[in-house]
Design a binder for this molecule. Structure first.
Ligand code: CA
Length: 407
């Protein structure tokens, strides 16, 4: 069979950096998608490191699954030697073509490998994510999974634990088969039916990769997007070495028998003690939740600062303890900011007119202490003036002797 391929990696519409790494190496017959994660540029370092290690180990004759396991060790070592890289990790989905007819996969994380055969799209890899595990256990419907807020929380990745379980698959290839590797920047934006349409209709592998990236960007492009499309076309020797072909196909395209076999577990993948299974989940979950929550926390802190500024930056005049009182703050308090007494005037509540009293019942608000203070002074002057008028008009009646002493 002849191999044709197309590939593209794109930063997407939202992120400022591309943490995905991609390898499409025809000479080595090695094709890899790695989706890095971590602060600063640590995600890029993690995914690029995975590719470097894979290439050097595969060149040295190491199997793909074992090379993936060694990439895990190298990423952990790099992270432990550099505070900026601490906590970095990456997914990895790799395929190599052995003897020109067998696709051998190694896989960790939520990047994916698909096969298109006879017009059908099949996902070869299983996502190592919390949400996909819930779906596999029947505890979440595939429809709900697509919009689940935690769909990017991984249960397995490179760079998390000393030992990583690497999934290995083999697919016997047929002429006409098409493989597609991608990061979750595609599958979180574009659903399988739409992916299937593109992969069935666009026969050019490079244009198929570009169209898929374009679709993801048009759907929002909220993550980095990487796509590799591999086409296995009939070669001159294929007619002499026919592959077993199953029945039941009505499309006319090759729809032969094929199997996805999960290969033997890798030497490092045996430790399934509950602690070993849970620790990576918790660590990576916290990392991803942290990245998720950082903007939320920032917005919250700004909101609290604004509220505090508002709560302490306003003033009001109200009746407190039977006296007209100037407060700093908001009547009733906001969050943990309670109003404080700025000045208690000598004006007693029973000296106020009905209108003044009702104005102060819920507190008369001011945006500055100067405004509040001058309002209070005017009120004091008004009450004093009225009380003088009252005294003047009542004095003769209450104390007639005073007038009689005047000559
Ligand atoms: Ca991603």
């Amino acid at each position: 069979m002849n191999l044709a391929f197309g590939s593209l990696t794109d930063v997407g519409r939202v992120r400022t950096a591309n943490e995905d790494s991609m390898l499409a190496d025809e000479q080595r017959s090695l094709f890899v998608v790695a989706d890095g994660m971590g602060g600063h540029n640590a995600g890029e370092v993690a995914s690029a490191t995975a590719l470097e290690v894979l290439v050097s180990r595969v060149d040295g004759g190491t199997s793909l699954a074992e090379a993936t396991s060694e990439a895990n060790t190298t990423i952990l070592a790099k992270a432990s030697g550099d505070a900026n890289l601490a906590g970095m990790g990456t997914t990895l989905t790799a395929v190599t073509i052995s003897d020109g007819r067998t696709a051998v996969f190694a896989h960790v994380g939520d990047s994916r490998a698909y096969l298109v055969r006879g017009g059908d799209l099949t996902q070869i890899t299983e996502d190592h994510s919390v949400v996909e595990e819930l779906v596999r256990d029947g505890r979440l419907s595939p429809e709900d999974a697509e919009t689940h807020p935690h769909r990017s929380i991984l249960t397995r990745a490179l760079g998390v634990e000393e030992h990583v379980e690497v999934d290995a698959y083999e697919v016997d290839l047929l002429p006409g088969d098409r493989l597609m590797l991608c990061s979750d920047g595609l599958t979180s934006m574009v659903r399988d039916p739409a992916i299937s349409v593109v992969l069935r209709r666009e026969r050019n592998s490079q244009r198929a990769a570009e169209t898929l990236v374009d679709l993801a960007n048009r759907a929002g492009g909220s993550d980095n997007i990487t796509v590799i499309v591999l086409d296995f076309e009939p070669g001159p020797l294929d007619a002499q070495n026919p592959r077993p072909v199953g029945g039941g196909a009505s499309t006319g395209e090759p729809t032969g028998h094929w199997e996805i076999e999960e290969a033997e577990p890798s030497p490092t993948g045996g430790a399934e003690h509950p602690d070993d299974m849970h620790r990576p989940r918790r660590r990576l979950s916290l990392l991803k939740i942290g990245l998720y929550l950082a903007p939320v926390v920032a917005v919250l802190l700004v909101a609290i600062a604004v509220t505090g500024w508002y709560a302490r930056g306003t003033y009001y005049v109200a009746i407190d303890d039977e006296r007209v009182t100037l407060f700093q703050g908001v009547s009733g308090g906001v969050l943990w900011w309670s109003p404080t007494v700025e000045r208690r005037s000598g004006v007693e509540v029973d000296k106020l007119t009905v209108a003044q009293r009702s104005d102060l019942t819920d507190g008369h608000r001011f945006s500055s202490s100067t405004d509040a203070e001058s309002f209070l002074r005017r009120l004091e002057a008004d009450v004093a003036r009225r009380s003088r008028l009252q005294d003047d008009s009542t004095t003769p009646e209450t104390d007639p002797t005073v007038t009689t002493t005047v000559p």
